[in-house]
Write a protein that binds this ligand. Structure first.
Ligand SMILES: Nc1ncnc2c1ncn2[C@@H]1O[C@H](COP(=O)(O)OP(=O)(O)OP(=O)(O)O)[C@@H](O)[C@H]1O
Ligand SMILES: [Mg+2]
Length: 252
């Protein structure tokens, strides 16, 4: 099992879009069993998969220690190979009462239990755009981090801040490595070409594949469909398939 956090401390860079599309491609094209963990109290990944949800039954319950078995915090999705551990609004409260070390222990315990049961091939954690108890717990337990980044100065700053924090966290999670930065919402403009060249020259790992900007992505969120279903021939649909192949290739 490989557990990866999709994170950038900058918002709106495509973390959730990346998670739901990676999950679909891994499941439907590569036959993998995937668990999506929604660690963002905004709950976008949760809303993508589920219509209604009672509070206190997702990752918040795991971090608060109010469930005895992890299955109680997992729901089916429309794809039999993808499950979701949802985020409910209760995740907003975890930071106010939970001890961070306790959350890290709970996440490590979850990882060990999933691994022991051989329940999934991949666990993808959709992180919030900030360091919360849930995102720190995720970083402390994962094998790797993927950092979606838009080619604007604010997003690149967010990426650099996160890379520095991951280096710090290396002391508590030695297994964690940065798989790479994933350029999202790429489009054909001079400023984007220059920013991409600058990013690739910085010595940080950047995936070869970039994800093109296309209106189909916004549209697909209204229908709660991954691009594989909504528009597999769109630029971003093609790029996400290519990206997943590149990501899987890195493991070998
Ligand atoms: N390749 C793309 N082309 C066009 N629009 C995109 C693309 N990727 C993401 N978007 C749009 O950008 C917005 C932000 O995407 P998303 O919600 O995935 O970002 P996020 O990093 O998860 O945000 P947050 O930090 O708020 O959780 C959404 O409106 C989404 O539809
Ligand atoms: Mg998001």
């Amino acid at each position: 099992m490989k557990m990866s956090a999709i994170m950038n401390v900058k918002g709106g860079v495509g973390k959730t879009v990346t998670v739901v599309n990676m999950a679909e491609i891994l499941a439907s094209l590569h036959g993998k069993r995937v668990l999506v963990i929604d660690a963002d109290p905004q709950g976008d990944a949760t809303a993508f998969y589920l219509d209604e949800l009672e509070p206190g039954c997702g990752l918040d319950a795991i971090l608060a220690g109010t469930v005895c078995v992890y299955d109680e915090a997992i729901r089916d999705t429309g794809n039999s190979k993808i499950d979701i551990m949802p985020s409910t609004t209760d995740l907003f409260d975890v930071d106010s009462y939970a001890n961070r070390q306790h959350c890290c222990n709970a996440m490590a315990d979850l990882r060990d239990a999933l691994e022991e049961d051989d329940a999934y091939d991949y666990v993808l954690i959709d992180c919030p755009p900030s360091f919360t108890a849930a995102s720190i717990a995720a970083l402390s337990a994962v094998d790797s981090v993927i950092i979606p980044v838009k080619l604007d100065a604010f997003s690149v700053r967010g990426m650099e801040f996160l890379l520095a924090q991951i280096r710090e966290l290396g002391r508590i999670n030695k297994r964690c490595r940065v798989d790479g930065c994933l350029i999202t919402q790429w489009h054909n403009a001079e400023v984007i070409h220059q920013a991409e060249a600058m990013l690739r020259a910085r010595g940080v790992p950047v995936f070869e594949t970039h994800i093109r900007r296309t209106d189909k992505v916004d549209e697909s969120t209204w229908y709660a469909q991954p691009l594989e279903v909504y528009s597999r021939l769109s630029g971003a649909g093609i790029d996400y398939r290519k990206f997943v192949l590149e990501w899987l290739g890195k493991e070998e």
